[in-house]
Design a protein around this ligand. Sequence first.
Ligand code: IVH
Length: 669
Amino acid sequence: MSSQGKDKKRYEELKEIIQKHAYLYHTEDKPEISDAEYDLYFKELLDLEKAHPNFVDSNSPSQRVGSKPLDGFTKSEHLSPMLSLENAFNDEDLIDFERKIKERSLVEGGIVYSAEPKLDGVAVNLLYENGKLVKASTRGDGKVGEDITHNIKTIKTIPLALIGSKFPNSLEARGEVFINKSDFDQINEDSEKKGEKVFANPRNAAAGSLRQLDPSVTSKRPLKIFIYGFGVLEDKDLPDNQYEMLSMASRWGLPINSETKICNSLQESIDYFEYINSKRDKLNYEIDGVVYKVNDFGLQKKLGQVSRAPRWAIARKFPAEVGRTLLKKISFQVGRLGSITPVAELDPVLVGGVTISNASLHNFDEIDRLDVREGDHVLLKRAGDVIPQIIEVDLKVRPESAKKVKIPQFCPCCEEPLNKDEDGVVLRCNNKKCPDQLIEVFKHFVSRNAMNIDGLGEKILEQFIGEKLITKIDDLYSLAHEEISELPGLGDKSAKNLIESIEKSKNISINRFIYALGIREVGETTALNLSLHFSNLEELMGANQDDLLEINDIGPVAATYIEEYFKDKSNRDTVYSLLEKGITLETNKIISDSFVLGKTIVITGSFSSFSRSQLKETLIKMGAKVSSSVSSKTDYLVSGTSPGSKLKKAEELGITILNEQEVENEFLN
Ligand code: IVH
């Protein structure tokens, strides 16, 4: 064989090996080889691709990330339409559903159903031709969606090529892309710390991640998928029912929900609903009901569809905590970094025992998606302690006077022109002196985990800013007793207390100080990592992208913002002025003889004698890398009370687990 031929053979082999082990690792959670071995295979594959660029095809494992951002989405027509579902809200609706099936099909005995949870995510269509993933698209209007192949390929549990052989020539696998609840909490926690927009719920986070033009953004989001059905299935020798077809798909490497069950009667179907309902809170993904599908494909075909929903499937929905009210006005809030968030002002309404008078609309895409207007009646949902959200507009009662909101061109506070971020979604006011933005900047600066200045609440800050006593953060350290004690509501005593707590904040650890500056993308952990990497503030201020990229957890985006921040003359002046006014920074150093140095640690649950953030800080200072999710790369899991799914995963992977007592003995003494 020619050397080219040998390389090609090895290349094909490698693709299969990598695909198999990626599946065992990501989907089955049962790795059979070490990460190092996996990396070696991957490197060999990359080397071959480098030597023979003509080998590379779009199904190579190397093609999951790294393709270039797109200019826009192209339309993509599904081979067969993606249908929606009728809803059932009680047992009677289900009884009705089965009665109609029997009447139509003349089947007399019991009907067998394949049942599974109804996920609250984003529907996608994956097209495999001869076992290779060739296209992925969103549902769109059911006939035509948007091509999101570049983003779908970043989801590691989706096989780029199916495992095994004898696949249909064409296979449309349909499923729901979602984000786990725990991953969602982590994403929002991180975004909040960085002063970025938070997502309303896991579904929005999944949808937002799939609608990225830049796949490298999507690849950082922990998206998951469950396949629940099929469109075109071009082959003769396939199972003749839903349940077995799903099992077959699972053997091909497609992720299937393990809660999928056969229900042999209507009673079993009702029991299944109760069973899933009782498990709902324990599942790590959000569901809003269960879906029943007539199992037999022949019977499905016979039953057909009405308008856009099949007669052979139905969704039984959970009762939601919903309320209905009038949306009076859509106003706009300015965030700390200038992002503009639309907020719905509502006629107060009681939902799940709490009075709701406003709800965030997040961004303009959300307003478009809901088609919500001022004067509309809207349905609101609150689940557990989730922020209330508008789920639907009651179009039947939309008054003629209902007013569409225009995307504002000028800041609602300072009236400067607004600009769109590169992602095309977030609208931003770039005026650093915008009063609403300033309030948020000061609120962040004085907050507990930043400079921790007691007594400087929002009202007082508003007053100080209104009186032009403070325009930059360093102005806080020039406030004089006389000027503030005369302000309404303050007086001699509170002025004295305030000056004292400002004075007290002057001795501060360098990481808190960096965090307090409010640099975009710099949350508490990044600030801590920065403080450990550079020996002093001067060094950080002079760092360029390359220096910054060497640090744990800092990617190109954060590196750019950090470099830009310290290049800006007014920012530098502010920092120097703060130091001149007496701020003294305690530097940090990695405690290098610790056994956790270089180890990857995950924390879960809560602790009685320290907070999670304290523990995280201590561990990072000892040179550990604290990560948010458990994988085979995790060295230790520190588990407190109510640990959640991370503990289970760590146990399965055989990771060393430490409890509070052990942590105190090992790290904190
Ligand atoms: S079956 C013909 N199964 O619900 C059957 N749908 O309301 C079509 N969904 O667009 C859908 N989990 O996005 C089915 N286990 C599940 C589902 C599910 C979520 C979504 C799907 C669909 C919508 C229909």
